[in-house]
Design a protein around this ligand. Sequence first.
Ligand SMILES: [Zn+2]
Ligand SMILES: [Zn+2]
Length: 257
Amino acid sequence: MTNNLPCGGIKRVATLDDLVERDKNHDCGGFGAARVCVRVEAVAELPSRFGRFRIVAFWNNRDGKEHVAMVHGDVMGAEDVPTRLHSECLTGDVTGSLRCDCRDQLEVALRRLASMPRGLLLYLRQEGRGIGLINKVRAYALQDRGLDTVDANIALGFRDDERDYSIAAHMLASLNIGSVRLMTNNPNKIRQLEQHGIRVSGRIPHVMPPNDYNRFYLQTKASRSGHFIDFDGKEHLTEQDEPVLVEGMPMNPEPPL
Ligand SMILES: [Zn+2]
Ligand SMILES: [Zn+2]
């Protein structure tokens, strides 16, 4: 068994509701170095303030983290599905932290996907660039005391980015997605998915519309090649690994890989 399963390696079924039954005994060679395997455990309607979605909940064989897909329209078996990968950020997504712009990125993505005939957002539980919530707060604390963002992560024993997209690749395969148009500003993310056997047929720039409240923040981040300078002049890593494109501003340089 290869650890680079193509999307076609998992049996196709007709509807999202069939996934739970199909996956009851699913156990494959797994994706990526960690050989992660996921199963669809539950599917339900999820009307949201951003539009109509269904939610698909996944179990995985490596840790207790439960990932979800937000599905708009008919995506199964479809080609060129507009897709956004969002890494969990409790401080940004839930509490509206201004140390990052995760919540803006999430809301803009959901709104845009819901306005299209079909779209898909994978909500990946890799909090704090993959180091977890407690460690992310520890890194914030070190930054508050003057360490830069990369040194803070290294001081805690991590690389500056611990994210892994193998679980996202398996989720796309489980949903029988033919190919995706990835909503991202980051070519590296596309390469990572392709390495896991996912067909990426295009890219949709993830452009953030500025408003009176976030314009300065977004422009600062955009002009600093994906890094964000906070109100105290300290640099933070972007948690979504996305150099921000702001409407009306020229594209910023290639992101750091
Ligand atoms: Zn599997
Ligand atoms: Zn964040």
